[in-house]
Ligand binder design. Structure first.
Ligand code: HEM
Length: 400
């Protein structure tokens, strides 16, 4: 697209978040290197033209000001979706009311009730590959573990897992915006069937909670129901799978780090924070509500701001030696789950799933490595992910 008149030429950078060359391999290092060499806030002509917030400190400040930087598509016309995904495409006070409906489900105590089921599935999936001495982690474990757990809590049929994952994959990673929006509509069409079934017959699941949720004295309308259920599915289908895949790739290539966890599994929660800091997988966007001068540039109402939170943990100028992974770093305030009122609703669940998974992997597979050398191919988009992660380990009783 043409660069808008209010964007100075020295603020234009060639960055394509769906298919830029930086995303094909080691995207965190490559994109953060590009950002470090770029202005704090720059404009790219790709993906219909948008600003990119390239510094964590600026992003945190903006994400905490929904009155100036809105999540509602009325202020970000390039991000119109059908359905409007909720609560993520809303602002307070609408956002506060919608989020309240599911807050309890995703609270620390709410997700803790799922721990036994999470552990059983992790054990089962790892046991299925353990005696083989190798697996392709993304397809055989990562894309199954969080997705099956989520389908169970949402009350959706497990046999639809691959179909739903494929829709989420198209929505988050297709470089063609029409295809992304079509994937969202396909997902919504599928979910309308599930909503209708739960309207007739409520069950003890997340979809029923939304469908029968109330704001004051009214139930949600049809747009609110489908918007909420669609976003919950998108949140639950892809992000944990991508994050765990990056973790396992790192641990396979860094046996000293893995050994620390095997020797002291109590380190796992700190390791998860540190591994997330350098392996963010998701970002977000906002629309500018009013003309303003901010961080050295003129922003116009309706300008689109993209926040690649994937790399904020390593673009945070307050973090020393940011590419070094150190499980004993003081607790970091990374933006992997966002900031402000829209901070990830599923973060307690994501952390619990990853902790239990690593505990179980350590218990069954005390050492592992990558099955082949070379850089692993990755895919960009709304959620970044490795394409394949081939792992191998010694099997008891066989020669290594
Ligand atoms: C490691 C895994 C995950 C990452 C990195 C992640 C990342 C994010 C980010 C960056 C946001 C902020 C979006 C914004 O500001 O507009 C967000 C919001 C959200 N996430 Fe997650 N997420 C993860 C797991 C999950 C899971 C498992 C679910 C559950 C189903 C989930 C559900 C949501 C929802 C519903 C929102 C919208 C919250 C709101 O608008 O108030 N996420 N997530």
């Amino acid at each position: 697209m043409a660069i808008p008149a209010h964007v100075p030429a020295d603020r234009v950078v060639d960055f394509d978040r769906f298919s830029g060359p930086e995303l094909a391999r080691c995207p965190h290092q490559q994109v953060s290197a590009l950002f470090q060499a770029s202005p704090d806030l720059f404009f790219t002509p790709h993906d219909r033209g948008h600003w990119v917030v390239a510094r964590a400190e600026i992003a945190r400040d903006m994400l905490r000001q929904p009155d100036k930087f809105s999540s509602h598509p009325r202020h970000n016309p390039a991000n119109q979706r059908n359905p409007r995904t909720l609560p993520n495409q809303s602002d307070p006070p609408e956002h506060t009311e919608l989020r309240r409906i599911v807050n309890g489900f995703f609270s620390p105590s709410g997700v803790q009730t799922m721990a036994p089921a999470i552990r059983d599935l992790a054990r089962e999936l790892i046991a299925a590959v353990r005696d083989r001495g190798q697996c392709e982690f993304v397809g055989e474990i990562a894309r199954i573990f969080p997705v099956v757990l989520f389908l169970r809590m949402a009350g959706a049929p497990l046999q639809d897992r691959e179909q739903l994952s494929a829709m989420a994959d198209r929505f988050t990673r297709s470089p063609d915006v029409k295809d992304r929006l079509a994937a969202l509509e396909d997902l919504a069409t599928y979910l309308r069937g599930l909503i209708a079934a739960r309207e007739q017959q409520p069950a003890d699941d997340l979809v029923s909670l939304v469908v029968h949720g109330r704001i004051g004295d009214r139930v949600l309308d049809d747009d609110e129901k489908i918007g909420m259920v669609t976003l919950l599915f998108l949140g639950g289908l892809d992000t944990v799978a991508a994050t765990l895949s990056f973790f396992m790739l790192f641990l396979a290539d860094h046996p000293d780090h893995y050994r620390q966890l095997v020797q002291d599994p109590g380190l796992i929660p700190a390791a998860i924070e540190e591994l997330m800091r350098v392996h963010g997988v998701a970002g977000t966007e906002r629309g500018v509500t009013t003309d303003m001068h901010y961080a050295g540039v003129d922003l116009k109402a309706g300008d689109r701001l993209v926040f690649p939170a994937h790399v904020y943990g390593i673009c945070n100028q307050a973090t020393q030696d940011p590419l070094t992974v150190d499980f004993s770093r003081p607790v970091s305030t990374h933006l992997v789950f966002g900031a402000g009122p829209h901070r990830c609703l599923g973060s307690n669940l994501a952390r619990l799933e990853m902790r239990i998974f690593l505990e179980e992997w350590i218990a069954q597979i005390p050492a592992f490595h990558r099955a082949s050398d070379g850089e692993v191919a990755t895919r960009g988009g709304l959620v970044w992910s490795p394409v394949e992660v081939n792992l191998a380990w010694p099997v008891m009783g066989s020669t290594p």
